[in-house]
Design a protein around this ligand. Structure first.
Ligand SMILES: Cc1cc2nc3c(=O)[nH]c(=O)nc-3n(C[C@H](O)[C@H](O)[C@H](O)COP(=O)(O)OP(=O)(O)OC[C@H]3O[C@@H](n4cnc5c(N)ncnc54)[C@H](O)[C@@H]3O)c2cc1C
Length: 286
């Protein structure tokens, strides 16, 4: 445990804090449980340090860098487990992921720039609570599950990524993300980011679409998930009626608005065009 009064002297706006560097998840949980309201986690530190510079003064900071297992990426037959402190760079370059779920490294490679990806972590991205950050929407359409420790109650719980929204207080401790292994196609469209972005996922049962999910995000809010009524369409049926299906599905989208755009109707139209293009790409022969 260190006293960081030196930092307060050089960066006047950063208040003093105690720094804890646990080696294990159990030790991190113990430290959090001692003072849940006054303790925050430092993963890559990108967002946290920026907040500290604006006067945020949590008092106690727990660094996750040396915590065993929190940076592991493990691949099983039925699921992929990613430690919450795995960096974007690790995910982008993981040889096993490139084989088991190649869309994930490809998606992560499009985040920010190389410096951000080397420092930033998957957990920090989710828990920063920024609507334009891109990991929560993706993990939501992949049906990922988040494993948390609630330090106030000293208890563990799991939550679908799709249902997680950060509240105003410090979030519970996220230790791992589990993604089920399935046959799926995932396509994203970031061209209008940060105003509007979309991810479409179709789950396949052989040549039939078992289910579909689209998510819209933007700097006006989100992620906004929509379950798509695929009704076991075959790939050839869907390809033959792609424009009509996309138009029907786009009507299910919640109201979206672009910050400087001409209103929600136009935004819905844009989201519909994105969906049609994404659907066409998903239906290309694999
Ligand atoms: C210039 C720039 C460009 C970027 N571009 C993109 C982009 O294009 N797309 C995108 O998606 N993101 C982007 N980001 C965000 C980036 O990807 C990082 O993921 C993000 O900044 C936070 O990661 P971190 O690990 O540094 O989090 P930290 O700053 O360490 O943590 C963020 C918050 O989450 C909390 N926290 C961290 N880990 C945990 C945990 N395990 N359990 C509970 N709470 C936790 C912290 O206490 C803090 O409140 C960008 C960032 C920058 C600076």
């Amino acid at each position: 445990m260190l006293q960081y009064s030196e930092i307060a002297a050089t960066r006047r706006r950063i208040a003093e804090f105690q720094l804890f560097r646990p080696d294990s998840i159990d030790e991190a949980c113990e430290i959090l449980a001692e003072a849940p309201e006054a303790t925050v986690l430092h993963a890559g530190g990108i967002d946290l340090v920026n907040r500290l510079k604006t006067g945020y003064a949590p008092g106690r900071i727990v660094a996750l860098k040396a915590v065993e297992r929190m940076q592991d990426i493990r691949i099983f037959d039925d699921r992929i487990e990613i430690g919450a402190a795995a960096s974007h760079w690790q995910i982008e370059n993981h040889a096993g992921l490139k084989i088991s779920l190649p869309m994930l490294p490809a998606y992560v490679a499009g985040l920010g720039n190389i410096r951000v990806r080397v420092q930033g972590t998957i957990g920090g991205n989710i828990l920063a609570g920024e609507p334009v950050y891109e990991m929560l929407p993706l993990l939501g359409v992949l049906d990922a599950e988040l494993t948390f420790f609630d330090a106030s109650r000293r208890s563990w719980f799991k939550l679908a990524a799709r249902d997680y929204r950060r509240g105003p207080t410090a979030p519970p401790f996220l230790t791992a993300i589990t993604i089920p292994q399935r046959s799926r196609s995932v396509i994203w469209d970031r061209r209008l980011r940060p105003a509007l972005a979309m991810v479409l996922s179709l789950d396949w049962d052989g040549d039939m679409i078992r289910s579909g999910t689209a998510v819209l995000t933007g700097d006006r809010g989100g992620p906004l998930f929509t379950s798509l009524p695929a009704d076991r369409l075959s790939r050839s049926q869907a390809a033959a009626n792609c424009a009509d299906i996309a138009a029907d599905w786009a009507r299910l989208f919640p109201s979206v608005d672009l910050p400087s755009g001409p209103g929600p109707d136009y935004c819905r139209h844009v989201a519909g065009v994105m969906l049609r293009r994404a659907l066409q790409n998903c239906l290309l022969p694999s």
